[in-house]
Design a protein around this ligand. Structure first.
Ligand SMILES: Nc1ncnc2c1ncn2[C@@H]1O[C@H](COP(=O)(O)OP(=O)(O)O)[C@@H](O)[C@H]1O
Ligand SMILES: [Mg+2]
Length: 307
């Protein structure tokens, strides 16, 4: 089964820290690009890995091309705010007068959520960018911050609509809300692992996103151990025999211990995959654990092809 999200304008990749959000975002973006869609991989405040995933230097605050049809940008609050400021105020001289002013800066820093709103707003802005009446990006893949932070970022347009008087700010917030909650244009992809805590967090996140009206389209369960020792297989019988021998010499003893670990890991993954599928309302898609000291472009392509 293939991930049915590639045709969306905005793909939000969310999940707990360290589960492989960035890797899955890169794999999704690579697939979108391979299907001929002009794709922007969007990340915030990142210690960039996308450059190395596409054999390119690390990505900064300027949009750079990583592969045919694929570009990336790694924004931060200051860069996003400056772009937003320039967009509303039109001229750099006016922007500098207003935004570089000491009092304004102190004032802006005191507005809770403004940093996140500027970055979310930039992601939205890229989905609307046009050149000669045609969208510049068919798909923006947003590698979002870790779970809790993502939720507070996504909630801001709702907060603005509830608290700020009608005006340009609320108009943009309403447009962003409409985009986020439109399943034809936006897909949320939830990344997790087949382990206890990540499964619990994924279920929680699915609920919270649903609460905002952002229905997750797919759960990607990453780093699933391969089945090396299927029950009843000859190799498993060998393992059982070796494991039962108390006088096993080195290095056979150590190798046997490693093999047992691999089997245990797979069993644990299977148990939590079952639990995840039972508890989640969203379809679950598995990605395998890749065995390498560091993932490179070939690994990311393989993961993309498995989506
Ligand atoms: N399927 C996988 N197999 C092996 N290693 C993986 C896989 N997915 C991610 N990783 C590795 O796990 C680490 C964390 O992944 P990353 O995508 O940076 O997570 P996150 O963005 O959620 O913090 C990285 O070193 C990455 O290369
Ligand atoms: Mg990341």
């Amino acid at each position: 089964m293939s991930l049915s999200v590639f045709d969306r304008r905005l793909i939000l990749v969310v999940g707990k820290g360290g589960v492989g959000r960035s890797t899955v975002a890169a794999a999704i973006a690579g697939q979108c690009a391979a299907r001929g869609r002009k794709t922007l991989l969007f990340e915030t405040n990142a210690n960039d890995r996308f450059g190395s995933y596409f054999d390119k230097p690390s990505v900064g605050t300027e949009v750079v091309q990583l592969a045919p049809n694929l570009s990336a940008v790694n924004t931060n609050p200051a860069a996003a705010l400056e772009e937003y400021g320039l967009m509303i105020l039109k001229f750099r001289s006016v922007y500098e007068m207003v935004f570089e002013n000491r009092v304004t800066r102190a004032f802006l820093r005191a507005i809770p959520g403004l940093d996140d709103y500027a970055m979310l707003g930039k992601a939205w802005f890229h989905t609307t960018e046009e050149k000669r009446g045609k969208p510049i990006w068919d798909t923006v893949v947003f590698d979002m911050p870790a779970s809790g932070h993502s939720m507070s970022m996504l909630r801001i347009p709702w907060v603005i609509n509830e608290t700020v008087p009608e005006g340009p700010l609320t108009r943009d917030a309403r447009t962003i809300k409409e985009l986020l909650t439109d399943p034809a244009r936006t897909a949320a992809v939830l990344v997790t692992l087949a382990e206890e805590m990540p499964v619990n967090e994924a279920i929680e996140l699915e609920e919270k996103l649903g609460g905002l009206g952002i229905k997750p389209q797919q759960i990607v369960c990453n780093q699933v151990y391969p089945q090396h020792f299927a029950p009843g297989a000859p190799v498993t019988k060998v393992l059982d025999t070796l494991a039962a021998d108390p006088a096993l010499p080195s290095p056979l003893r150590e190798l046997t211990e490693h093999a047992k670990l691999s089997r245990d890991r797979r069993a644990l993954n299977e148990r939590y995959l079952e639990e995840l599928r039972a508890r989640a309302k969203t379809p679950v898609h598995e990605l395998p654990m890749m065995f390498a000291p560091a993932l490179d472009a070939a690994h990311v392509r393989t993961l993309g092809e498995l989506l």
